[in-house]
Design a protein around this ligand. Structure first.
Ligand SMILES: Cc1cc2nc3c(=O)[nH]c(=O)nc-3n(C[C@H](O)[C@H](O)[C@H](O)COP(=O)(O)OP(=O)(O)OC[C@H]3O[C@@H](n4cnc5c(N)ncnc54)[C@H](O)[C@@H]3O)c2cc1C
Length: 393
């Protein structure tokens, strides 16, 4: 049986599929834009000056130990299912079995001007750009004393938005000291259309999170709808405008558009429907994981999280290998271990299983999840290497 396996994307799903296949010595080709895997769940740390952006990456080649597999650096531009071919900017790649882990892009919900005039936190480059931009705004303020440079508006109060706010509440005071600017002059606003922040955690923890961030100088504006963005200006429903030197959008995600373009059956977020084995319902030669996959459990689609993407990637490694050798496939069952949100460098809130945690305990639990992921990805060696750089900053 033919078994040329192609993996697209080295994120949480793609990397777990690759390392899983590597462990069982099943050869594959992995196509990714960059030579490194990055920790998307920690991008707010890189954007908030906690560590150097490249500290949040691992060279992909260091994670693939067996020979027979290859990493190709290319950007996928199309998936041609009729001919079993993936097209990239540099070349075309044929496959017998395809694994798609191409992740997500920002969802702007059609808000006029948002895509053009806001920054996002999607990869290492955007995290570095945001960090450098905020610092450049402080420098600019020293030159022209325009308070707009010191105003930061973050749209969206989900995990990404709130973790970014938390990180900035630690970093902005440091920038104030560095540039000799009073902290009171810096205006950090989070704007959210829904009545609550952090819908993933229980109500009492949302209150703890809101109190913590407010005490640290952030202004959390719930029930506040962002309706338009111009260069440097956010427009709210009701007519209020906010002039801000930094505008960030974290309000939603949708699947990589290549899936819709390839004609897969997709949901309203562009995720391609998969069966219980994580195979495309349109094409049994294609397995899809992570934020690109539309998988329903108990009648509800699973949320787009790294936790689930990693679990999917692990199972896809086994299933694509079994499929290639004509063996039985295993069904996917998500194991939801909870949600933890950091609120800066030391504290957080969240649920671990059925237990609610907050403050330093939640901060430590969040650190533990980072170690667990490193262990799953690269075993002891990667865990030891990276914990010194990332975890203990
Ligand atoms: C700041 C932040 C904090 C988060 N915190 C958490 C958290 O605490 N817990 C949690 O579970 N989830 C969290 N998430 C969500 C989580 O990061 C995503 O659900 C996860 O990254 C999805 O994994 P994935 O493998 O589907 O895609 P990704 O990790 O996005 O990987 C996709 C890969 O595909 C590559 N790629 C994309 N397009 C192409 C192309 N055309 N050609 C070649 N390669 C391409 C990308 O470079 C990338 O390597 C957070 C997200 C953010 C932004």
């Amino acid at each position: 049986m033919d078994n040329k396996i192609l993996i697209l994307g080295a994120g949480y799903a793609g990397m777990m599929a690759a390392t899983g296949l590597d462990r069982i010595s099943e050869p594959f080709t992995l196509i990714n834009k960059k030579p490194y895997h990055y920790f998307t769940t920690l991008l707010h740390e890189a954007a908030g000056g906690r560590g150097e952006p490249m500290d949040y990456t691992v060279p992909i080649s260091s994670l693939l130990k067996k020979s027979g597999s290859s990493l190709v650096l290319d950007e996928v531009t199309a998936i041609d299912r009729a001919n079993n071919v993936v097209r990239g900017k540099d070349a075309e790649y044929s496959y017998d079995w395809l694994v798609i882990g191409l992740g997500w892009i920002p969802e702007y919900f059609g808000i006029p001007g948002m895509a053009e005039n806001s920054m996002v936190l999607t990869n290492i480059e955007t995290a570095r750009h945001l960090r450098d931009h905020i610092e450049a705004q402080f420098q600019q303020y020293l030159e022209d004393k325009d308070e707009q440079h010191l105003r930061i508006v973050i749209g969206g109060a989900g995990l990404t938005g709130i973790e970014l706010v938390g990180e900035l509440t630690d970093w902005l005071p440091e920038l104030c000291v560095k540039y000799g600017i009073e902290r009171e002059r810096v205006d950090l606003q989070n704007v959210e259309a829904m009545p609550n922040i952090l819908p993933q955690v229980s109500e009492n923890l949302r209150e703890v999170a809101a109190r913590t961030l407010t005490e640290r100088g952030a202004w959390l504006r719930t029930n506040t709808k962002l309706v338009k963005v111009d260069a440097g200006v956010v427009h709210l429903e009701g007519g209020e405008t906010i002039e801000a030197g930094t505008i960030v959008w974290t309000g939603g995600v949708r699947a990589n558009p290549l899936l819709t373009e390839a004609g897969f059956t997709v949901d309203r977020r562009g995720r391609a429907k998969v069966n219980e084995y994580l195979q495309s319902v349109d094409d049994p030669q294609v397995f899809i994981g992570g934020d690109s996959a539309w998988f329903e459990e108990n009648g509800k689609p699973l949320p787009p999280t790294a936790q689930i993407a990693s679990q999917m990637g692990k199972l896809i490694a086994d299933n694509v290998s079994s499929a290639a050798h004509g063996q039985a496939l295993k069904p996917f069952h998500a194991s939801l271990k909870g949600t933890l949100a950091s609120l800066g460098r030391e504290v957080g809130v969240g649920n671990v299983g059925n237990v609610s945690v907050k403050g330093i305990v939640a901060g430590l639990a969040k650190e533990a999840t980072k170690v667990k992921y490193l262990w799953d990805l690269g075993g002891l060696r990667l865990t030891v290497d990276k914990t010194t750089e990332v975890v203990h900053r």
